[in-house]
Write a protein that binds this ligand. Structure first.
Ligand code: HEC
Ligand code: HEC
Length: 216
C-alpha cells in the first residue's frame, strides 16, 4: 500500500515537473520566436531553420555547440551565452520545441469553424515544396548512406536530426558547410560522407527528402 502511494506521489510530482518545464520552455522560446517563429516553424525560407518537432537531444547538443562556438552561428551567439542560456534553459526550451507538432496536411474545416479557428489551424501547417532532382538516384543514395542515422523516413532519432520537414535551402546550406569543413557532420566517418557525393547527388537526395513528408 505504502509503496503504491509513493509510486503515485512520484508520478504526480514527475508529471507536474514535466509540465512546468514545458511552460518555462515556452517562455524562453519568446526570445527565439523573432527568428524561428512562435511555433518553431522557422522562417525566411530557411534562413532560420525549423525547430518544431526536432529531437530534444539534438536541439540541446546544437545549442551547447553554439554556446561553445564549436558550431559557428553569429546571429545566435548573444542568445546562447552562459548568462542568457544556462543548461537548464537549454533543456527546457529544447523539450518545448521538440513537443510542437506541425501537420503536413491542410485541415478539413467544419462549417461551424469561424475565421480565427481556421487561421489558427492553417497557421500550423508546414509543407516543404518539392524540389527538382532525380528521385530514383536520391532514394537509392539516401536509403544506402543516410538511413542508418537519419532514419527510413528522415525523422532522425536521438542525436541524429530529423531532415524531413526541414527547409531545403537550410539543409543545402548545412551540406555545404560540412563539405567545407565549417561544421562537423559525423566524426566517425573519416573525411565525411558528403564529400564523396557529387553536387547532383546531393540535389537528388534533397529532392527525395521532400517526397517523404506524407509518410509519417
Ligand atoms: C537573431 C536570429 C535568431 C535568434 C533570436 C535565434 N536563432 Fe536559432 N538560428 C538562427 C540561424 C540564422 C540559424 C541557422 C544557422 C546556420 O545556418 O547554421 C539558427 C539555428 C538554430 C538551431 C540549429 C537547428 C538545426 O537544425 O541544427 C537551433 C537548435 C536554434 N537555432 C535554436 C534557437 C533557440 C532555442 C533560440 C532562442 C533561445 C534561438 N535559436 C534564437 C537565428 C536565430
Ligand atoms: C553515422 C551517422 C550519420 C549518417 C550515416 C549521416 N548523417 Fe547526417 N548527421 C549526422 C549527425 C550526428 C548530424 C548532426 C551533426 C551535428 O551535431 O552538427 C547530422 C546532420 C545532418 C544535416 C544537418 C541537419 C540540421 O538540422 O542542421 C544534414 C543536412 C545531413 N546530416 C545530411 C545527411 C545526408 C544527406 C546523409 C547521407 C548521404 C547523412 N546525413 C548521413 C549523422 C549522420
Amino acid at each position: 500500500m505504502l509503496r503504491c502511494l509513493l509510486f503515485l506521489f512520484a508520478l504526480t510530482v514527475g508529471g507536474f515537473a514535466h509540465a512546468q518545464n514545458l511552460e518555462k520552455g515556452k517562455e524562453i522560446n519568446t526570445t527565439c520566436a523573432g527568428c524561428h517563429g512562435d511555433l518553431g516553424q522557422g522562417g525566411s525560407r530557411g534562413e532560420y531553420p525549423r525547430l518544431a518537432g526536432q529531437g530534444a537531444k539534438y536541439l540541446e547538443a546544437q545549442l551547447r555547440a553554439f554556446r561553445a562556438r564549436t558550431r559557428v552561428n553569429i546571429p545566435m551567439y548573444p542568445y546562447t551565452q552562459e548568462r542568457e542560456l544556462p543548461d537548464e534553459d537549454i533543456r527546457d526550451v529544447s523539450a518545448y520545441l521538440a513537443s510542437i507538432e506541425l501537420p503536413t496536411q491542410w485541415p478539413v474545416f467544419k462549417a461551424t469553424d469561424d475565421a480565427l479557428t481556421r487561421l489558427t489551424l492553417t497557421e500550423r501547417v508546414m509543407i516543404i515544396p518539392r524540389v527538382p532532382g532525380n528521385l530514383a538516384n536520391g532514394e537509392a543514395l539516401y536509403q544506402k548512406q543516410c538511413v542508418t542515422c537519419h532514419g527510413k523516413t528522415g525523422l532522425g532519432r536521438g542525436m541524429f536530426p530529423m531532415l524531413v520537414g526541414q527547409y531545403t535551402s537550410y539543409l543545402k546550406r548545412q551540406m555545404e558547410k560540412y563539405i567545407k569543413g565549417e561544421r562537423p557532420h559525423d566524426e566517425e566517418a573519416v573525411g565525411g560522407l558528403l564529400d564523396k557525393l557529387k553536387e547532383d547527388d546531393l540535389q537528388d537526395i534533397l529532392a527525395y527528402i521532400t517526397t517523404l513528408q506524407d509518410q509519417k
